[in-house]
Design a protein around this ligand. Structure first.
Ligand code: B12
Length: 371
C-alpha cells in the first residue's frame, strides 16, 4: 500500500516520489543532433534532472516535435487547494424530466450560440441538439425546455436581442477558438452587454462552455457557470433547472407530492402521451433491456406470421414476416401491411423517426401554467 503525502505531492513515474515527468513541445527548427541537444538543455533549464529526449519527430522541414522525460524535486501541498465546482445534484434525462414536471410550471427558455467569429458549432450542438452527445439527450429533447440553438458566428448584440425577444431564462455561449484570447474579448463584451440591458430577465442564467473553459474561469469572468471538455447535456440541464428554481424561489416538491390529486393532474399533462412516450423510450440511446426483448418480438412476429399464413396461404408476406422476426427493426413495415398488427405498428413506427433524431422525436407535452 503506497503512503502518499498529500502535503508534499510529487509526480509518479515508476516509483512513489520519483518526480518523473513527461513533456512534449515543438521547436521551430529542422530535426538534427543539435536540435535534440538543444531540447535536452532546454528541459534541464526548466529545472528537470536526468533528462532524456525519447522522441524527435520532424514536422515538415522547419519544425521538430520532441518528447522528453526528466525528474523534478518540486512538491505541492494539495490540501491547500480548493476549486469552485458546480454543486447541484446531477440528474440523468429520465430523472430530470420527472423532476421538472413536478417542480416547473412552464417551459424554461434556453437560447444557445457560438458567438463572435467562432464557427465551431459542434460543442453547442452537442449540448442542445435533440439527439445529444455521448448517449445523453440534448436540451431540445426535454419537454420543459424551449431550446433555441442559434448556431454560430453571430454578434453578441444579436444574441442579446434574441434573448429579449424570446424571453430567455438562460443563455448558453460556446467559445472554441481561444487564439490570442479572442474568447476573453468576446465573452467580456457579452457580459457587459448583458449587464447594461435592462430588457433581459433579472433572473437570466448565463452559461459559457468550450474545450478550454471551466467553471472557475466562468465565475472569474462574471458568468454563472462554465463547462469544459466532455460535458454532457444532462449536466447542463441539471444546473439550469436547479439554478432556475433557486432564482424563482421554487421549493422542491417531493416525489410523493406529485401523487397528490392536484399535482397529479399537472404531472399527467406534463408527461409525454402514451405513443410519444413509447417513441422516447424506444429511441433511448441506451435501450433498456425490454426494448431489446427479442423473445417478445420473436413470439409476436411468429404468431402474427402464422395468423397471416392461415389467412393468406400463398402470400409472400409470410416469409417476409418470418424474416422480420429475426430483424425486429423491420417489423413496423410488416405490421403496417396487416390491419391485425396495426396496434404494434403504431407503437413501433415512431421508433424509426426518433432514431433519426428528427424534430418529430420530441415528446409532446401540454404544460399547465396555472396552479
Ligand atoms: C471540427 C473542427 C473545425 C470545423 C468546425 C465545424 C463545425 N461546424 O463546428 C471547421 C473545419 C469549420 C473548423 C474551422 C477552424 N478551426 Co477548428 N477544429 C475542429 C476540431 C477538429 C474539432 C472540434 C469539435 O468539433 N469538437 C467536438 C466537440 C463536441 O467538442 P467541444 O467543442 O469541446 O464541446 C464540448 C465541450 O467543450 C462543451 N461545450 C462546448 N461549447 C459549449 C457551450 C456550452 C454553453 C456548454 C455548456 C458546453 C459547451 O460541451 C461539448 C460536449 O462535451 C478541433 C480540434 C479538436 N480535435 O478538438 C479544431 C480546433 C478547435 N480548430 C481550431 C482552429 C484554429 C480553427 C480555425 C481558426 C482554422 C483556420 N485557420 O481556419 C477555423 C476557425 C474558423 C472560425 N471562424 O471559427 C483550433 C482552435 C485552437 C484554439 N485554441 O483557438 C483547434 C483546437 C485545432 C487545433 N489544434 O489547432 N474547425
Amino acid at each position: 500500500m503506497l503512503k502518499v503525502n498529500l502535503k508534499r505531492l510529487k509526480p509518479y513515474g515508476d516509483r512513489l516520489d520519483d518526480g518523473q515527468i513527461q513533456l512534449s513541445f515543438t521547436f521551430p527548427m529542422a530535426a538534427s543532433p543539435e536540435a535534440k541537444e538543444a531540447a535536452k538543455r532546454y528541459v534541464e533549464g526548466l529545472g528537470l534532472r536526468d533528462v532524456s529526449i525519447c522522441a524527435m519527430d520532424p514536422m515538415g522541414d522547419a519544425f521538430t516535435y520532441f518528447v522528453a522525460y526528466g525528474k523534478c524535486d518540486r512538491t505541492i501541498d494539495v490540501t491547500k487547494i480548493t476549486v469552485p465546482k458546480i454543486e447541484v445534484p446531477q440528474m440523468k434525462y429520465d430523472e430530470l424530466v420527472g423532476y421538472m414536471s413536478r417542480n416547473i410550471e412552464k417551459q424554461i427558455v434556453v437560447i444557445g450560440a457560438c458567438t463572435g467569429s467562432d464557427a465551431h458549432t459542434v460543442g453547442i450542438d452537442a449540448i442542445m441538439n435533440m439527439k445529444g452527445y455521448a448517449h445523453d439527450y440534448g436540451l431540445e429533447r426535454y419537454p420543459l425546455f424551449k431550446a433555441v440553438n442559434l448556431r454560430s458566428q453571430l454578434s453578441n448584440a444579436y444574441l442579446v436581442d434574441k434573448a429579449v425577444e424570446l424571453g430567455a431564462d438562460a443563455i448558453l455561449v460556446s467559445q472554441v477558438v481561444t487564439q490570442r484570447d479572442s474568447h476573453v474579448k468576446n465573452l467580456t463584451e457579452l457580459r457587459d452587454l448583458i449587464k447594461q440591458d435592462h430588457r433581459l430577465k433579472k433572473e437570466l442564467i448565463k452559461i459559457i462552455g468550450g474545450p478550454r473553459l471551466d467553471h472557475a474561469h466562468a465565475l472569474k469572468m462574471g458568468f454563472d457557470a462554465g463547462f469544459g471538455p466532455g460535458t454532457r447535456p444532462s449536466q447542463v440541464a441539471s444546473f439550469i433547472v436547479h439554478e432556475y428554481m433557486k432564482r424563482h424561489n421554487i421549493k422542491e416538491k417531493a416525489e410523493a407530492a406529485a401523487h397528490a390529486p392536484r399535482a397529479a393532474a399537472h404531472v399527467a399533462h406534463a408527461r409525454p402521451r402514451p405513443e410519444t412516450h413509447a417513441r422516447a423510450h424506444v429511441a433511448h440511446p441506451k435501450p433498456r433491456p425490454e426494448s431489446h426483448a427479442r423473445p417478445h418480438v420473436d413470439t409476436h412476429a411468429k404468431a402474427h406470421s402464422e395468423a397471416h399464413a392461415r389467412a393468406h396461404p400463398h402470400s409472400h408476406v409470410r416469409e417476409k414476416s418470418a424474416g422480420h422476426a429475426a430483424h425486429p427493426g423491420h417489423e413496423a413495415a410488416a405490421h403496417q401491411a396487416h390491419p391485425g398488427g396495426a396496434g404494434n405498428a403504431r407503437r413501433r413506427r415512431p421508433r424509426r423517426r426518433g432514431r433519426r433524431g428528427g424534430a418529430g422525436g420530441k415528446p409532446q407535452v401540454k404544460v399547465e401554467t396555472s396552479q
